[in-house]
Design a protein around this ligand. Structure first.
Ligand SMILES: [Zn+2]
Length: 50
């Protein structure tokens, strides 16, 4: 019996690419994951993607 396993399960990590954010309060630029990361500098949630 010769069976070739043709089930290729390739796990691609999706959706965990860090995005660049910028703090509007102290203008610190940082990478974060998620929708509303906090600034590592001043812990403000007043951030935007860049
Ligand atoms: Zn900040």
């Amino acid at each position: 019996m010769c069976s070739v396993g043709d089930a290729f399960n390739i796990d691609i990590a999706e959706g965990i690419v860090p995005r660049k954010y910028k703090c509007k309060d102290c203008e610190k630029q940082f990478k974060g994951i998620g929708t509303n990361p906090k600034c590592p500098e001043c812990h403000s949630a007043n951030t935007e993607t860049i």
